[in-house]
Design a protein around this ligand. Structure first.
Ligand code: DX5
Ligand code: ZN
Length: 218
């Protein structure tokens, strides 16, 4: 299966999000990656529901919403109503992960679970069959523009093994420090979705950068 590319608008110019939408719409990107930070789960605040609602009418691709917030259960319906298609919660933020995953699916969204770099893959072994996507953090969440953590490759391999063993269709998404220098190896190890923020939006030609990430083969 061809991999997907999900540019993160966290690295876009917030004073002109319509331009970020145009870039993503007219590129080979598959999804919008949308990072919501609450200043509690992570030491940064990004944006929330009203901003997502505002950009939805300008977007022509699904919204992959990454919640870096505590108590995500409180907002599942709200994120559905502003246009989330994939809703990802953090393993570390959920006491009742199985319930949360099913609440997301009941709203008609795909359910994602994000893992911080320190969280072992095998913590997902009893829920992997319920998850549509695992977002593997390859940086500590909270900020764009950080360096890729090399240990991620081994974790991708381990997760791929678990997915194959349990015969599920769960997608592996990599988030943080993704660029042309690690994309190919990540795909080779089993990555299905590449999130890229700074590498795309700080580049000279973001559409071309997205298209290059999309056309990588291994
Ligand atoms: C980090 C966010 C990422 C971020 C990635 O907490 O979850 O999605 O936007 O940005 P880059 O690609 O710049 O590391
Ligand atoms: Zn993210």
């Amino acid at each position: 299966m061809a991999h997907k590319v999900a540019p993160s608008i966290l690295a876009a110019d917030f004073s002109n999000l319509q331009s970020a939408c145009n870039i993503i719409n007219h590129s080979k990107a598959d999804w919008y990656h949308i990072d919501v930070m609450d200043g509690v789960f992570v030491p940064n605040i990004s944006f929330g529901l009203p901003v997502i609602k505002a950009i939805k009418p300008h977007a022509n691709k699904p919204f992959d919403v990454h919640l870096m917030i505590v108590e995500p259960d409180r907002y599942i319906k709200d994120f559905k109503s502003v246009g989330a298609d994939v809703l990802t919660v953090h393993y570390e933020a959920c006491n009742h992960l199985h319930r949360t995953i099913h609440a997301i699916k009941e709203e008609g969204m795909q359910a994602g679970v994000a893992l911080n770099p320190h969280t072992p893959i095998n913590f997902l072994k009893d829920v992997i069959q319920d998850i549509d996507l695992v977002c593997m953090m390859s940086v500590n969440p909270g900020f764009g523009g950080q360096s890729f953590i090399e240990k991620t490759y081994g974790k991708v391999e381990e997760l791929k093994e678990l997915i194959l063993k349990t015969n599920t269709n769960t997608l592996i998404e990599i988030d943080g420090g993704v660029s042309s220098s690690n994309a190919e190896k990540l795909i080779e190890k089993g990555a299905d979705v590449l999130v890229a923020g700074s590498f795309v939006f700080k580049s000279e030609n973001p559409v071309e950068t997205i298209n290059r990430l999309a056309s990588i083969s291994h």
